[in-house]
Design a binder for this molecule. Structure first.
Ligand SMILES: Cc1cc2nc3c(=O)[nH]c(=O)nc-3n(C[C@H](O)[C@H](O)[C@H](O)COP(=O)(O)OP(=O)(O)OC[C@H]3O[C@@H](n4cnc5c(N)ncnc54)[C@H](O)[C@@H]3O)c2cc1C
Length: 307
């Protein structure tokens, strides 16, 4: 038996039943299209609904927040407790002043990029190729090319386990390369961000960045983007490639032949195959280069119950 108990319908107040799904395959909520089932997935109607849901949830129920699942490996035994999904929720994006915007955590990063270009604001083009939500980008300090999420952040709105909202500033967080640590048991629901005026900006820069991605990354295949962070002064992809791992396969998962820091699910990979491949890459690169690769991707959930 796996550790945590399953959540049952009686633990959820009936007022949320229209927005709660039970036994949800997480393969439908992750860009790797792998992983077991979550006990429940809740998609809030709005921030007030979210606060009420959190208030009524028994404190012992574990909670996992997800955006578009583009940086998540959910193990085959699934997720015990409640998953809060902001996919298709909390999607307001507005301009507050000449250079300031406010976005809720469910807004896709690509929309922020496009809208900022329309408003003549930058640098926001880097958001275009990040296939996640703003909430996920805040949690990861997602970035690309020369842009990074938290460089633009003035303030964030967060919500805690009791459904209480707080306003936080970057000073409340330890922020680094794909690293954000802040107060425990709080989750992002919105951010106010500052950009510079870039009059005359248009979609051309976005198109060019997306084109460059297509040339160098296996876009369109099932992946989570870069699996490992770049060690200081090094490129994870080069270390993996020079260790001879391009194309290395376990089950239906393989190291991409196009970009060695991507692992592809060719259709039927289990999360256990992907995780075994991650560990194999780490061991091989450690043997070849004496470098420890750290996962950028977040690995969550229970291993499959062998019984
Ligand atoms: C093809 C491809 C290309 C990619 N390219 C890039 C890139 O260039 N740069 C880059 O940085 N990343 C890249 N990624 C990875 C991924 O898109 C980013 O990490 C993204 O920010 C994740 O957002 P998400 O909404 O999908 O988060 P999820 O994958 O759903 O979650 C990621 C983490 O954030 C947490 N989280 C999600 N929402 C919230 C919230 N509201 N509050 C608190 N925590 C939350 C989750 O619990 C989890 O720990 C790429 C992925 C793919 C598939």
């Amino acid at each position: 038996m796996n550790g945590a108990p399953h959540i049952v319908p009686a633990q959820i107040s009936p007022e949320f039943s229209a927005r709660v799904l039970y036994d949800v395959p997480m393969s439908k909520h992750t860009s790797w299209h792998a992983g077991g089932t979550a006990d429940i997935v809740f998609t809030p109607r709005d921030a007030l609904d979210l606060a009420s849901f959190l208030r009524q949830l028994p404190p012992a129920v574990p909670l996992l927040w997800i955006g578009l699942g583009s940086n998540l490996l959910v193990r085959d035994g699934g997720v015990r407790g409640a998953v809060v999904s902001l996919h298709g929720a909390l999607g307001t994006l507005e301009r507050l002043s000449a250079t300031r915007i406010q976005a809720q955590a469910g807004v896709p990063c690509a929309r922020i990029a496009r809208q900022c270009v329309k408003w003549g604001l930058g640098p926001a083009e880097f958001f275009a190729g990040i296939p996640g939500t703003l909430g996920g980008a805040l949690a990861m300090n997602a970035g690309a090319w020369d842009g990074e999420t938290w460089r633009q952040v003035l303030e964030v709105d967060v919500i805690d386990r009791r459904g209480t909202r707080h306003v936080r500033t970057p000073a409340d967080y330890e922020i680094g390369y794909r690293h954000v640590r802040g107060p425990a048991d709080e989750w992002f629901i919105a951010a106010r961000m500052e950009f510079e005026r870039k009059p005359g900006s248009n979609d051309a820069a976005i198109r060019e960045l997306l084109e460059r991605r297509k040339q160098t990354q296996p876009i369109g295949e099932w992946s989570c983007g870069s699996v490992f962070t770049n060690p200081p002064g090094q490129h994870a992809a080069r270390l993996i490639e020079s260790a001879g791992l391009k194309g290395f396969r376990i089950g239906d998962a393989s190291v991409s032949g196009k970009h060695a820091n991507f692992i592809i699910n060719h259709g039927a990979a289990r999360a256990a195959d992907i995780e075994a491949l991650i560990r194999h890459v780490q061991r091989t690169v450690a043997d070849f280069h004496q470098v420890e690769l750290t996962t950028e991707v977040r690995i969550v959930g229970e291993p499959e119950d062998p019984s």
